[in-house]
Design a protein around this ligand. Structure first.
Ligand code: DX5
Ligand code: ZN
Length: 218
């Protein structure tokens, strides 16, 4: 069966009980952790010391999404902390190939993200250097926003390039993923789905994760 990974975003979790909130999504493939610096995006979340503690207690791998300026400087430390994957933004990185190589050398999967209005084409030649491509389906910065259908053509083009490349690169979508929108993203070729409010907004996150997985596979 082809890949269909669900990565709940802890941005929508209760920040006063993050260890327990990670346990509630232990049936997911990874926990998506949004690091925001109030510069690259107009919001501030958590940083390296908190991520190191989450990494120590998480029952599942951590999938880091860095929405920060100067990832060239800061991203490798998250890989060294043991995060399974570290994704940085194309718009913020000065030397994406060098950075992706550093992340891999530190033992993490390397991910590259693009905002909704950033073309993916300039980065498709870099697939050999990447383990994941993240097509943002909302403007990064906040949970609970509406899925932007205008990103679907870009997702289709990225999926075709990933397939041509041999299918080794995961194609992630992040933002506005719900039981309603996940089918459109899956149909367009995404195989890794971040969902914050759609998971933690439900009484039982485990049930929400299974429902998303089932709908994406249909
Ligand atoms: C937004 C973050 C997302 C966010 C998604 O900038 O990158 O990971 O948590 O939240 P939902 O699924 O509620 O759109
Ligand atoms: Zn994210």
């Amino acid at each position: 069966m082809s890949r269909c990974d669900i990565h709940p975003s802890i941005l929508s979790a209760d920040f006063s009980h993050l260890a327990e909130e990670l346990q509630r999504i232990s049936g997911a493939d990874a926990a998506h952790v949004d690091v925001m610096d109030n510069h690259f995006v107009p919001n501030l979340t958590l940083g390296l010391p908190a991520v190191e503690r989450l990494q120590a207690v998480s029952p599942i791998p951590l999938d880091l999404h860095l929405m920060i300026d100067d990832p060239d400087r800061w991203a490798p430390a998250y890989a060294e902390a043991g995060c399974a994957s570290v994704t940085f933004h194309a718009e913020a990185a000065a030397a994406p190939v060098k950075l992706a190589r550093e992340l891999r050398a530190a033992g993490a999967k390397a991910g590259l993200a693009v905002r909704p209005a950033t073309p993916v084409e300039p980065y498709l030649d870099l697939l050999a250097e990447l383990d994941m491509l993240l097509i943002m389906t909302v403007e990064p910065g906040f949970g609970g926003q509406k899925f932007l259908d205008v990103t679907l053509p870009k997702l289709r083009r990225a999926a075709a390039a990933v397939k041509d490349h041999g299918g080794t690169v995961a194609l992630q979508v992040d933002g506005g993923i719900t039981e309603e929108t996940i089918a459109r993203a899956a149909e367009a070729g995404a195989d890794t789905f971040v969902a914050g409010s759609a998971v933690y907004g439900q009484d039982d996150p485990a049930v929400a994760i299974e429902a998303l997985r089932r709908t994406a596979r249909e």
